[in-house]
Design a protein around this ligand. Structure first.
Ligand SMILES: Cc1cc2nc3c(=O)[nH]c(=O)nc-3n(C[C@H](O)[C@H](O)[C@H](O)COP(=O)(O)OP(=O)(O)OC[C@H]3O[C@@H](n4cnc5c(N)ncnc54)[C@H](O)[C@@H]3O)c2cc1C
Length: 456
């Protein structure tokens, strides 16, 4: 039984949705339909505006042992925010203020419902930079932290985890706690803040975050390097990482995939040659520095079989390339049954691509791929026809096993969510799972927060 009247008292009647037809957008995320689970029948959506309101909602739910599903923008790809048992969806959309961009400490303080687009704009206005860029700029700060999002620009400065310095969190039992602050070092006790990062909404509801910023780079350039064989492109990546120049982004895209994304956006992909491309985003102290980096990258790529190197220097050109890359999934979603998120040690990228080709051959299918290649993170796409032939799960398992055999994992950035629980066996031993369950029980004795997510 969901205490709807109690919820209305906490947030006000206008911020509680009980009508099914008005809550459709809160019941799903961006997981492909073939992999998606079914939402529960009896769901109430609540939209609090303060940490105190979140606290009251959680106290009420904990009293009644009602499941609670924290929801950001719903751009997740593993059903993490989906309510799969009767319960309460807590939408964070009203936590939409960037409270402070602190130029002195190079920190931003933002509420959890602030979108990546809003955050980037506020930080840009202050002439500063927030490098992480998961593909959908609608994603919220809380969702990005709960998922430890990665994205394209993580090679040099890391994924979202490396930016989070402070959190305000409401625990499943209702206490509001703050962790960390505008601090670059903090060794006080066990690091609960980092436990909350990537906790996929099972340990607490994040209401506010303090994150690190960087000064804007004086010079940037984006290289699109074309290859007529994707193996050559992927095999270049370890050479780039070993060259001494560290790009902000080293992305791999199949040509037919990236041109589909451009067409979907009504834009034009700038490179015509090749069957696959590396996209390198370079940032430096000044133009000479960027020029040196671009020259070094061109040499490394050409020595490894590149057929063309295109350099974009104008801001708009660079932004367009990033946009087309970021929106690949939106274009592919209609054509695929499933995607995966495997990550392998960077030096084994080539072997992983060999395995993808072997698996494709074995199942007489095509496995297109994009990759945050500098992070060893592939997103292979399984075509719809595989699901139609009843082979999607089998192919996915083969891909996972190949990644594990190379010392990899089945998820590098999208998380376990609710759809990858069965693959935990591939990665965790019984003791690790027991420890994770113990931590969950300590935070959430009644298992009300996002049950059935991230851990078993
Ligand atoms: C086109 C596209 C491109 C993408 N590209 C990338 C990419 O490059 N890299 C990448 O890492 N991801 C990518 N993603 C996945 C997704 O954008 C990220 O996982 C993002 O971090 C999710 O944020 P969200 O606000 O949409 O969270 P949601 O989908 O709403 O939720 C994700 C998880 O976080 C939990 N959660 C949400 N808000 C809170 C909160 N305030 N407190 C506690 N828990 C919370 C939810 O319960 C859920 O488990 C992409 C998705 C799309 C659609």
């Amino acid at each position: 039984m969901i205490d709807v009247e109690g919820l209305k008292k906490v947030v006000g009647e206008d911020w509680v949705i009980t009508q099914r037809d008005q809550m459709q957008t809160y019941l799903y995320d961006e997981t492909t339909p073939h992999q998606r689970l079914e939402p529960a029948e009896n769901v109430v959506v609540v939209k609090p505006a303060t940490a105190e309101e979140v606290s009251e909602i959680l106290k009420l739910a904990n009293r009644d042992k009602t499941p609670v599903y924290p929801r950001g923008a719903g751009t997740g790809l593993v059903c993490g925010a989906m309510p799969t048992q009767d319960g309460i969806v807590v939408s964070m959309e009203r936590f939409d203020k960037v409270e402070e961009v602190d130029r002195e400490n190079l920190m931003v303080v933002a509420e959890a419902g602030v979108t990546l687009a809003q955050l980037l704009e506020a930080v840009d206005e202050a002439d500063l930079l927030f490098p992480p860029h998961p593909g959908d700029e609608g994603a919220q700060v809380g969702g990005m932290i709960a998922a430890n999002a990665g994205g394209s620009r993580a090679v040099k400065y890391g994924v979202v985890r490396q930016y989070v310095k402070g959190l305000e969190v409401v625990l499943p039992t209702g206490e509001i706690v703050t962790m960390g602050g505008k601090l670059l070092k903090n060794n006080t006790g066990l690091d609960l803040m980092h436990l909350l990062i990537d906790s996929e909404g099972i340990l607490g509801i994040i209401t506010k975050a303090t994150m690190r910023l960087y000064p804007k780079f004086s010079g940037t350039a984006t290289l699109v390097v074309s290859y007529d064989d994707r193996h050559k492109a992927i095999n270049t990546v370890p050479k780039i990482l070993q060259s001494g120049v560290i790009p902000m982004a080293i992305e791999y895209v199949d040509h037919h995939v990236i041109t589909m994304s451009a067409e979907n956006l009504g834009m034009k992909w700038p490179a015509n040659n090749g069957t696959g491309h590396l996209i390198l985003i370079l940032a430096g102290a000044n133009e000479d520095d960027v020029y040196f980096q671009a020259e070094t990258m061109s040499e490394v790529c050409q020595a490894n079989g590149a057929v063309d190197v295109l350099i974009a220097e104008r801001q708009q050109e660079q932004a367009d390339i990033l946009k087309i890359r970021s929106e690949v999934y939106s274009a592919m979603k209609a054509h695929i049954s499933g995607d995966s998120d495997i990550t392998v040690p960077p030096a084994t990228l080539g072997k992983m691509l060999d395995s993808l080709d072997e698996i494709a051959k074995k199942y007489d299918t095509k496995i297109s791929t994009i990759a945050h290649a500098g992070d060893g993170n592939f997103h292979p796409y399984m075509l719809k026809e595989l699901a139609e032939r009843g082979l999607m799960e089998e192919v996915k398992e083969e891909i996972y096993k190949a990644a594990i055999a190379l010392g990899g994992v089945v998820t590098g950035e999208h998380g376990v969510g609710k759809i990858r629980l069965k693959y935990l066996d591939y990665m965790l031993d019984a003791k690790q799972e027991e420890l994770m369950r113990g931590i969950k029980t300590l935070f959430d004795p009644n298992n009300i927060l996002n049950p059935g997510t991230a851990i078993r």
